[in-house]
Write a protein that binds this ligand. Structure first.
Ligand SMILES: [Zn+2]
Length: 250
């Protein structure tokens, strides 16, 4: 009896040893990768692929800007020729595309002469031409009974401080974006001076034109604004502050 029990015990010990050996010697299957053990991620909404944003168009070259402006100027009826950059002794003076204007063809078929041959930056020449064709000419005919024939222009491009005051900001004239007008000459040979009118109709015409000019220019100065503008109108397209809609119309 004892031998039988001892034999069973020995067999059991041997069996445990074999199991231990098997556990140590037999390759075990690889453990499950953590990624497969984790809960599956919730389904994400399918976002359609966005088309690649188009590359920004290259900035037009200054030469292209100038050519386009000159073409536009001719298209709207101005007779102007490009001129070399005028002298700019002050650091803020410049004119990107200076042109010398000599005449504006009006919608009526008549011509508006500019005997002073003002030199303007092309972008300003566009505004000025539009002003002459669409405000000055029809207003003159309707209020004074005569087509407009010529403008007595004063300063156009001139590199100088405002109002000729040393140390003041550079005048819009120094950027080619301003023009002064001293008188308006009509086809019936009348001369309407900005400082001296011969009748109430001329005065009303100038007042009306002066107010309406703020639709084209950002700065309109004239008699009553300050002593520097007692005898002429000054028109420019200078930006005032950060607001492009701001106007100084005095
Ligand atoms: Zn001026």
């Amino acid at each position: 009896m004892f031998l039988k029990f001892a034999t069973i015990a020995v067999i059991m010990v041997m069996s445990f040893d074999n199991i231990a050996c098997a556990a140590q010697g037999v390759p075990q299957p690889p453990s499950r990768p953590p990624t497969l053990q984790a809960k599956p991620a919730p389904a994400q909404p399918v976002v359609p692929a966005q088309p690649a944003a188009p590359a920004p168009a290259p900035s037009p070259q200054p030469q292209e800007d100038a050519a386009a402006c000159l073409a536009k100027l001719s298209e709207i009826g101005a007779v102007a020729e490009p001129v070399p950059p005028p002298p700019a002794p002050l650091p803020d003076c410049s004119s990107k595309t200076p042109v010398r204007m000599s005449l504006i063809h009006l919608a009526s078929g008549a011509s508006l002469e500019l005997p002073g041959k003002p030199i303007l930056n092309c972008e300003f020449a566009l505004v000025f031409t539009d002003f002459a064709r669409n405000l000055l000419a029809p207003l003159s005919t309707s209020m004074l009974g005569s087509p407009i024939a010529a403008l007595d222009t004063g300063t156009s491009y001139e590199c100088r401080p405002r109002n000729h005051v040393a140390g003041a900001k550079t005048s819009a004239h120094g950027k080619g974006i301003a023009i002064d007008i001293g008188a308006i000459l009509l086809a019936d040979r009348r001369r309407v001076g900005i400082a001296h009118q011969t009748d109430a109709a001329e005065t009303l015409f100038l007042q009306t034109m002066r107010h309406a000019a703020c639709g084209w220019f950002t700065t309109v100065l004239g008699p009553g604004s300050d002593p520097s503008h007692a005898e002429h109108f000054h028109f420019d397209i200078e930006h005032h502050g950060n607001n492009e809609r701001y106007r100084i119309c005095e």
